[in-house]
Ligand binder design. Structure first.
Ligand code: SF4
Length: 176
């Protein structure tokens, strides 16, 4: 049986801490933040609202799992304006997430992964003109599922803010 935590650390995540699935709250306020489109992803990929599905759909899907892990990639930055460093850490997080979920899928594990941001697998997403090119590798972000990421971390005793000289990208996985 896969040790989800050890594998996450082997894939490069900085932290892999226990997530109590019962703490997850699927908030319409978070969806409203998506709709405000500050991240410029709303309505642009299959992984984001409105295409990714309603909140109650994700709540039901998450209920099928009893265990979880909060996964973080924490990296250095000079200050909160150091966008180059933040992009590099975000890219590293995406690679770790892909490596981790690819291995779990190849092993035939049943899991639900939620990423730290929108899907950027393809240079240009097919949305809305054609189906997703990789539906088996399509994961919504935690926010797209209505989860307030800092709240999820706080509810599970996991650090979210590591100081101005560090940046953390947070994703999660649910399993049984
Ligand atoms: S895998 Fe490609 S087509 Fe599918 S959501 Fe991601 S970017 Fe879009």
């Amino acid at each position: 049986m896969t040790d989800f935590r050890s594998l996450a650390l082997e894939c490069g995540f900085t932290t892999a801490e226990k997530l109590d699935v019962s703490t997850l709250k699927f908030l319409s306020d978070v969806r409203s933040m998506c709709a405000a489109d500050r991240c410029m992803s709303y309505g642009k990929t299959w992984s984001c609202p409105p295409a990714c599905g309603e909140l109650d759909y994700w709540e039901e899907r998450c209920k099928a799992f009893s265990k979880g892990l909060i996964l973080q990639t924490v990296g250095e930055r000079e200050d909160s304006y150091d966008f180059e460093a933040m992009m590099e850490v975000a890219e590293e997080n995406k690679k770790q997430f892909e490596r981790y979920t690819d291995i779990l899928r190849e092993k035939g594990e049943d899991f639900l992964a939620m990423s730290a941001g929108t899907c950027t697998r393809c240079e240009k997403c097919t949305y809305p003109d054609a189906p997703c090119r990789f539906p088996e590798k399509l994961y919504p972000s935690m926010e797209a599922c209505g989860l307030f990421v800092s709240g999820v971390c706080m509810d599970n005793g996991v650090k979210y803010y590591y100081g101005d000289d560090k940046i953390a990208y947070t994703c999660c996985i649910l399993f049984n």
